[in-house]
Design a binder for this molecule. Sequence first.
Ligand code: GDG
Length: 491
Amino acid sequence: MPGETSETLRQLIRSRIRSHPFVAVSNREPYLNTWQDGKLAWMRPASGLVVALDPVMRASRGLWVAQGDGTADRAACDENGFVDVPPGDPRYRLKRVWLTDEEVENYYYGFANSALWPLCHVAYQRPVFRHDDWRAYREVNEKFAESVAREVGNEKAFIFIQDYHFALLPRLLRQRCPRAVIAHFWHIPWPNPEVFRICPWKQEILRGLLGSDILGFHIRYHGDNFIAAVDQELEARMDRERAAIVFERHMTKIRAFPISIDFDAVARQAASEDTEERMKAIRARYGIGEEIILGVGADRIDYTKGLPERIEAVDRFLDRYPEFRRRFVFFQAGVPSRTHVDAYRQLNETLDGAVRRVNAKYGEPGWCPILFLREHLPLAELLAWYRLARFAIVSSLHDGMNLVAKEFVAARVDGSGVLLLSRFTGAARELRDAVPINPYATDDVATAIRLAIDMTPEEAGRRMRKMREQVRERNVYRWASDIVRKLSKLA
Ligand code: GDG
């Protein structure tokens, strides 16, 4: 079966959705404005969510409501926060919602990222529950509800809400827009009831989400955990056969939609001449000759991604297999993230210390085992590293999906390369031909690195080809099309 493309998605939306407004809501905006040399400039945040939703919005010519946080955002839009995007080729409208610094501090860094994020990931980082954060979270959800309701009113419309920043929004919108069909997609894991029950506002959160008609997770396991949490905390009717919950006479269907990437676009860019040039440049700049076995990793610097564990595994590997010293390099790209939050600052220090220690322990003149670049690399540069590598490590302690794994696979246009993939990612459910790892067991990860290096080219090729078929077929357009199909049935 030929895979879904942006064109098939566009046709699907035209035939099923076009007659009603389509409204997406997310914390992060798809395009932001900055000042460059006194002039207004546009930027696109590199975010999986934006890559996934932008084509849906282009095709539906809808409205995207998001927080305006670019330095020149206010100057670029009208007095109601509206601006047409994409710049130069407008297809849909962006409505920016303005938050105060205090709201950002308490709603975003506070409740969303210091309470819900650790609570849902169960990465042994204790969630912080503060009243002020919760109050701001509620207020910001209400602010967004007002902003969306002003546009939708009593009309029939499709509203597609993104992520853990807006757990309360579905219910708030159902009260304000009774004819809307509401979907919510939760991009991170949902924990089991024993973990979830410590949240002081657990019932409000569950009630909020149960305002949706469809609640999507990456994998069924997260949906099952959600159903179990509702079962434990609320008086609701569970329809396990239909994976649905009826609460206050409203039915919410719980479904799995594994998110993905634009496979063809990544593969095309990875195969380009520009990437080949960059590969040569990297080899020259870092002295990575053909004899060097290169491993790679690329992540936001987040405690859920298992970065110190990965460095420790490299340490174990070099300790146990000294024959690889001087001919092994591990490259890690890390994008600084949420450095405002204490836990992230500590993680950065831990990581720096770990890299320094391993490099000091094994490094010799002319050879440094770990290259750590703490910056946001252009995607083209990342793809060049992916193509140069013998293997990639994704060692998340817990991850909703993990798009880096899929991007590495799409980038391997040569059909080789080995993916070491944490069992605790959503991606591991789909990419069965990756080498599964338990990031907590660093000795085993060291063994897996050895296995990746020793794998015959035939075996590596067979596995990579299967993973490429998988990601090509289950691409981001498939994700969006599946959701649109489900939504349109509820209209
Ligand atoms: C959340 C969930 C879920 C990373 N470094 C660079 C860079 N990246 C890009 C990657 C990838 C994206 O950032 C990271 O996506 P992930 O999926 O790995 O992780 P989260 O940011 O935690 O995303 C996750 C996702 O939502 C979607 O639902 O998969 O489970 O946690 O696209 O390539 N991009 C560039 N330079 C870098 O240095 N250009």
